[in-house]
Design a binder for this molecule. Structure first.
Ligand code: SF4
Length: 417
């Protein structure tokens, strides 16, 4: 059996002789029925982007001169509550804090930790409000340049794909699994998961994706700490960490859902092809990756099953805006519902923020926004139902972008496995 070691792959990278594929280059070659042998490929860069609720940032923030307060009792950043500690930082005038990506602002129900992370990374001024244990208040604005250190940790990230959701009852359900409350019997399907791009889907036995594996997390070089919370053999996920201050704001941000703001992240993981089994696992396509469809009232109960081919095939990554169909009244609703606040007052889309979720096209009755999202055929109680996809909570465009960035870093000799 053909084999190579990670060190041998790194040697090939150093000598400029490594064959590195992005995940789409490999899958396109498979679809084109090209022969892919062990000798043709040394590394494949996989990627995923989606809502990852286990995201938290640990930040060290200067507040006053040393000695001006003893310890922090509470701290808010743009109204988002953070947790002071674990270090007491007694009389330092600065605080260590942990901020959850899922934490909601007390001032604005549409703002939370994910939006705060993006604002920090894009250089925005952040309003800080601290109360000490002795009741003193300190308010100031800070920017990322003043932060003394920061690390992002994800307790459960990059699940081996996920689930789709429908509402079989039709009542109104506020859930993090749809960008707006889901109502109407079988009116639509939302789903998460990047299908054939997904790292663990391409290494399901975790032959190479393991504790210590180097990764890109939101553009920053990071590491796998181990498997994440709730990880199981059937549904593995990963605990990851990377330097927050090195992250790129385009890969992380807030995403409004029916149950309040959440956070999304983007991850690339290299898969070195060390043996034939690893290559074999990489050959899987969307059409072979199962996507369970569950009741949004109880996500543990799959009702039926489709594939990632059904939801991603031939769909558009991003919506189109048609100014001639712009309607001010409709736009107000769509703009307010856009999960990543990507729509401007004049209807144009800020594509740096857009997630490609499809909600604007779903909500638009004037045709001002269009995006090809698929319909899926569901078999429920022996009846066939045609259900439109109304929201995608994963973004393959960002997933591919980070997988491409990782390939370039490897080829430039800036990222060793
Ligand atoms: S697809 Fe539409 S609704 Fe979704 S993030 Fe982009 S602009 Fe907003």
């Amino acid at each position: 059996m053909s084999q190579r070691t990670v060190e041998e792959v790194n040697e090939k990278i150093r000598s400029g002789k490594a064959n590195v594929f992005t995940i789409t280059q490999l899958k396109d070659a498979i679809r084109n029925e090209e022969e892919i042998s062990f000798d043709d490929v040394d590394v494949v860069t996989t990627g995923t982007c989606g809502i990852m609720s286990g995201t938290a940032a640990i930040l060290h923030i200067p507040v006053t001169k040393p000695g001006e307060f003893k310890k922090a009792k509470s701290i808010f950043l743009n109204g988002v509550p953070a947790f002071p500690g674990p270090c007491p930082n007694e009389y330092l005038g600065s605080v260590d804090i942990i901020v959850y990506g899922t934490q909601h602002s007390l001032n604005n129900p549409d703002y939370g930790g994910g939006f705060l992370f993006k604002d920090f990374l894009s250089g925005e001024k952040i309003e800080l409000d601290l109360e000490s244990i002795d009741g003193e208040r300190f308010k100031k604005t800070i920017t990322i340049d003043e932060i003394g250190g920061g690390q992002l940790i994800g307790t459960r990230m990059a699940f081996k794909n996920y689930t789709a959701f429908i509402n079989p009852k039709g009542d109104k359900v506020n859930s993090i699994f749809n960008s707006i409350p889901m109502e109407g019997k079988l009116k639509g399907l939302s789903f998460s998961g990047c299908g054939e791009y997904n790292p663990l889907q391409n290494d399901p036995k975790q032959n190479v994706i393991n504790e210590g594996t180097k990764i890109l997390l939101n553009g920053s070089k990071g590491i796998i700490l181990g498997n994440g919370t709730r990880s199981s053999n059937d549904k593995p996920n990963l605990m990851l960490s990377a330097d927050f201050l090195d992250m790129d704001d385009e890969y992380i941000g807030g995403f409004k859902t029916g149950a309040g703001p959440e956070v999304y992240d983007t991850i690339a993981i290299p898969i070195p092809v060390l043996n034939e089994e690893i290559l074999e696992n990489l050959l899987i396509l969307d059409e072979d990756v199962k996507l369970p469809v569950a009741d949004i009232h109880g996500r543990h109960l799959p009702i039926t099953e489709i594939t990632y081919g059904d939801v991603w095939k031939d769909s558009d990554n991003r919506p189109k805006f048609h100014p001639d169909k712009f309607d001010e009244f409709e736009n107000e609703t769509i703009k307010n519902n856009c999960p990543t606040l990507a729509i401007n007052d004049n209807g144009t889309i800020n594509f740096d923020s857009c997630f490609g979720c499809g909600l604007c096209a779903t909500l638009s009755t004037t045709g001002a926004y269009t995006q090809k999202l698929n319909n899926v055929q569901l078999e429920i109680n022996n009846e066939k139902k045609d259900v439109p996809i109304v929201c995608r909570q994963s973004d393959r465009q960002r997933a591919l972008k980070i997988a491409t960035k990782l390939k370039k870093l490897i080829l430039d000799g800036k990222f060793e496995l």
